[in-house]
Design a binder for this molecule. Structure first.
Ligand code: NOJ
Length: 914
């Protein structure tokens, strides 16, 4: 024990062999479900058991073999959402239902039962065109829109429900009692892992026995599915083969393999499906280990046997079957019926919340490394940015900043005066972000440990003692964040007097919260560890990191007495984590392939609610070649969370260490990011209030364009910018698809333009970031870039007006103080709308409720696609003052440029071009 406590953990210990992770065939509940489903035993709905109340319609379903009744409940939820819950009618003990993910109890709409045929029941929501048709035998539910069946549930008969049973030993004593649903004969017990499951040297003893569930969904006419992060996989979900399901099980996978369906750090059990004319979503609210199989049947045309003089042909629509399987809990599934991508985003955030509005600094560039050694190092790196004229907003400290990985402490030799260090950063208008992991070093002299132990705040083992596992500090216990009291206490640790050495410019990074347990089964906590409420870890594994980030974010809010917005980055996450901050893609590798896959990984997170996401710039593991590092900065500058990070044994890679030419390229990429911050901030506001992702796959913006459905090498930022990062070495051209036959696209730098609906070959040099502005948009920018976002508060705005084929455009700007909740509580914000039509640009209020005095002016306006040279340009302010404006016009690029303007951002005005 003493030796274990002293044990120092190195990064090599963490570099694990992939064989320590299980594939589907090593997962007992997967094998059980497969075996049972091959027997094709069906369920029947007992329609004479139907009862209806305000909220839901309930009825029994019964398996023909086991005869044990299940209770099904169907809810209509506001916003065209249906919810189906299936649980045992009388379980031996309650089964786990995921708390705290839904923002509130979903407001229901009463479903009216209309007569079906005998053997079916139809429920309609009374106002829309949506209906739920329940067929009794075999049990099936169809979701019908108008005349079209959109989703069928259990049409493949894969409903599976393991009833809680009495302990197998007791049962074994009972003679002749055979469980019909699963084969429990002695020789099969081990293979099926009913009460005990082995994996390598680990044995999972299951006190509750088998408790898995499963259900299939057939999505009619759909062939394009997305979502269920986190996997290092393509954006569009692939068909799964035998034993190759997408796994949702939060795991610490150092240097994860790419194009692989294994579970990594986080899970959002939610997928979207899209076809021409409709987008839908399925949200499977379950926090235990989950597997998802996908199988698309393409459309087929059958020739029917000749009935009359000619043979008839029948076309069968394509469809995709989605089979969800979870290790425990209940079936609780939400069907989001769209019909547009934007509707589905709103429906999902109606349930799980929207992206938290980030403090402005967090949209700037973050500089991280494992580790910045000491205060001197921090000072030198910080000065390096100024010396090289590169903006950045936050310096990060990894685990070595603490006293022996005791979070909330500082290593006295390396960081003797953390406040002094923070004051230095504050003087530069910059922030500090430090790490805080969920494992707590077992050390009777460590006050966090002692207090948590005394209050019984750790996860317990089977014997009821504190669970102990190894992580960075050596032997540790793990805070039980599922307990609201633990969260409250943990939050209180961030109070300034409690967290010695912290100031209000210190923000947080939550890591290792899958949770990572070195040498544990699959590098995580055993499933039979015990949480608050006596729930086994297996029930809630995937939500542990969600709670950690929740408690941290609440702590930061509390320390400011509710005034300031928190910033918390987390590695592990679940559905709804967007409410608490940002997510990154963990321990990626410094290889081109990893740069490339960061795009689909971030797109997937974005459409599942988590807009604030990013990947480690440069790749965490290994040393990127210079060209890769430059390209990664260029891509990262156009991705939501923008942080350079590198592991311990890598060479230093601050942006100025690769020769002046490359420093210049990185500087330029970061400066482009800062120039666009008003647009980024406005997009985040839009994500926060209107649920629309910041980073969007092309299909979201162009849902009628089939060609966009599987695109993942380019994407949109909001609806105005298309970005196609260069992800190949030595590239001299990239093929960029510019969608939309009625669109026009402008190169962000050269102003060259193309009509949409074609692929163009864009020449690229090492300084090219292929970015295109969509005709019809107005983008707000800052005309000068400062040392950090804090230096840019009062700098002037510019507007980039890109005209549509019809000569018009619109755009918005959101701004507030950038850090507090006053935008929410006091409506201290400014939301402006810019519209250009008939050669007049108008600045008007987009939201009259907001007030935020700003001294900023619009100094420059650039109009792209302006076809003829104007004879005069005048500005008209609301107080009646008119002024002529000097302009330059370039006929070659059709650009009109207005400079040295002084138009206040917060008042109405017009610019008229004649
Ligand atoms: C693993 C994280 O993914 C990585 O970013 C971090 O640097 C190390 N843990 C050390 O804290």
């Amino acid at each position: 024990m003493e030796a274990a406590v002293k044990e120092e953990i190195s990064v090599e210990d963490e570099a694990v062999d992939k064989n320590i992770f299980r594939d589907c065939n090593k997962i007992a509940f997967y094998r059980r479900q497969k075996q049972w489903l091959s027997k094709k035993s069906t369920y029947q709905a007992l329609l004479d058991s139907v009862t209806t109340d305000e909220d839901s319609t309930r009825f029994q379903i019964i398996n023909e073999a086991s005869k044990v009744p299940l209770l099904a409940e169907i809810y209509g939820i506001e916003g065209n959402i249906f919810r189906l819950k299936i649980n045992e009618e009388t379980p031996l003990k309650p089964r786990f239902e995921v708390p705290d993910v839904l923002t509130s109890k979903p407001s229901t709409v009463r479903l009216i039962s209309c007569s079906g045929d005998t053997g079916s029941l139809i429920l309609a929501d009374g106002k829309g065109d949506l209906k739920c048709r329940i067929t009794a035998n075999p049990f099936k539910v169809d979701l019908v829109s108008g005349e079209e069946v959109v989703i069928s549930i259990n049409s493949l008969g894969q409903l599976y429900f393991e009833h809680l049973q009495i302990l197998h030993k007791q049962r074994a004593a009972k003679e002749n009692e055979e469980e019909a649903s699963v084969d429990t004969s002695q020789e099969n017990q081990e293979d099926l892992g009913l009460w005990e499951e082995k994996f390598g040297k680990f044995v999972d003893i299951k006190a509750n026995g088998p408790s898995s569930i499963g259900l299939d969904f057939s999505l009619h006419g759909f062939e394009h599915l997305y979502g269920i992060p986190q996997h290092a996989e393509s954006h569009q979900l692939k068909n799964t083969g035998d034993g190759d399901a997408y796994r949702l099980y939060n795991l610490d996978v150092y240097g994860y393999q790419i194009y692989d369906k294994m579970g990594i750090y986080g899970s959002v059990p939610y997928l979207l499906a899209h076809k021409l004319g409709r987008t839908i979503g399925i949200f499977w609210l379950n926090a235990s280990e989950t597997l998802v199989e996908i199988n698309t049947e393409p459309a087929v045309e059958y020739t029917l046997t000749q009935m009359g003089p000619v043979a008839a042909k029948q076309k069968v629509r394509s469809r995709t079957h989605v089979h969800w399987m979870s290790e425990s809990g209940i079936i609780d599934v939400f069907l989001l019926t769209g019909p547009t991508p934007s509707d589905v985003f709103k429906q999902y955030s109606h349930l799980t919340g929207t992206q938290a509005m980030p403090p402005l600094f967090s949209l700037g560039y973050h500089q991280c490394r494992w580790n910045y050694e000491d205060e001197e190092d921090v000072k030198a790196v910080d000065a390096g940015f100024d010396e090289h004229d590169i903006p950045y907003d936050a310096m990060w400290l990894d685990i070595e900043h603490t006293e022996g990985k005791r979070y909330f402490t500082w290593d006295k030799n390396r960081f003797p005066n953390p406040k002094r260090m923070q004051e230095l950063l504050r003087s530069k208008k910059r922030k500090l972000v430090v790490i805080s992991d969920p494992h707590i070093k077992i050390d009777p002299d460590y006050s966090v440990y002692v207090k948590a132990k005394d209050q019984g705040f750790f996860v317990k083992n089977q014997e009821g003692e504190d669970f102990e596992g190894v992580c960075w500090p050596g032997l540790s216990s793990y805070l039980d964040f599922t307990n609201p009291k633990v969260r409250e206490w943990y939050s209180s640790l961030f109070a300034f007097p409690v967290y010695q050495g912290s100031t209000d410019i210190l923000f947080l990074w939550n890591d290792m919260n899958e949770p990572s347990v070195f040498r544990g089964p699959e590098q995580t906590m055993q499933k039979n560890a015990i949480h608050h409420g006596n729930w086994e870890h297996r029930e809630l594994h995937n939500i542990y990191g969600f709670y950690h980030q929740m408690a941290t974010a609440e702590g930061l809010i509390k320390r400011s007495k509710g005034k300031e917005r928190p910033f918390v980055l987390t590695r592990s996450f679940f559905a709804g984590s967007q409410k608490y901050g940002a997510v990154w893609t963990g321990d990626n590798t410094a290889e081109w392939s990893n740069l490339k896959i960061s795009i689909p990984m971030l797109l997937t997170l974005s459409i599942t609610g988590i807009s604030f996401c990013g990947a480690d710039i440069g790749g965490f593991i290994g040393n990127p070649e210079t060209e890769l590092l430059v390209r990664w900065y260029q891509a990262g500058a156009y991705q939501p969370f923008f942080r350079g990070h590198a592991t311990m044994n890598t060479k230093r890679r601050e942006p100025w260490l690769f020769g002046e030419e490359h420093t210049q390229l990185i500087r330029e990429a970061i400066r482009e990011r800062y120039g666009l911050l008003p647009y980024w901030y406005s997009l985040f506001y839009y994500a926060h209030v209107a649920s629309q992702p910041v980073m969007r796959p092309l299909w979201v913006e162009f849902p009628d364009e089939l060609k966009t459905f599987d695109m993942e090498d380019e994407y949109m930022l909001g609806s105005a910018l298309l970005v196609h990062p260069v992800t190949e070495p030595k590239a001299t051209t990239v093929d960029v698809f510019l969608p939309g036959s009625n669109e026009v696209w402008y190169d962000y730098k050269t102003f060259a333009h193309w009509e949409g609906g074609c692929t163009v070959k864009i020449p690229v040099a090492l300084d090219t970031i292929p970015v295109f502005q969509r005709g019809g948009s107005v983008i707000p920018i800052k005309t000068t870039v400062g040392k950090s976002t804090g230096w840019m508060t009062e700098s002037s705005y510019g507007l980039r007006v890109a005209l549509s084929t019809k000569g018009s455009s619109v755009g918005e700007l959101y701004l507030d103080d950038g850090h507090s909740f006053q935008y929410l509580h006091q409506k201290q914000f400014l939301h402006r709308k810019f519209s250009f039509c008939s050669s007049v640009l108008i600045n008007s209020s987009a939201d009259q409720r907001g007030h935020y005095p700003s001294k900023c002016v619009v100094e420059k306006i650039l109009v792209l696609g302006f076809r003829k040279e104007p004879s005069s340009v005048t500005t008209h302010s609301s107080d009646g003052k008119d002024q002529p404006v000097a302009f330059t016009y370039c006929a070659k690029t059709s650009t009109l440029s207005l400079e040295k303007l002084s138009l206040t951002i917060d008042t109405d005005w017009e610019v008229r071009i004649i």
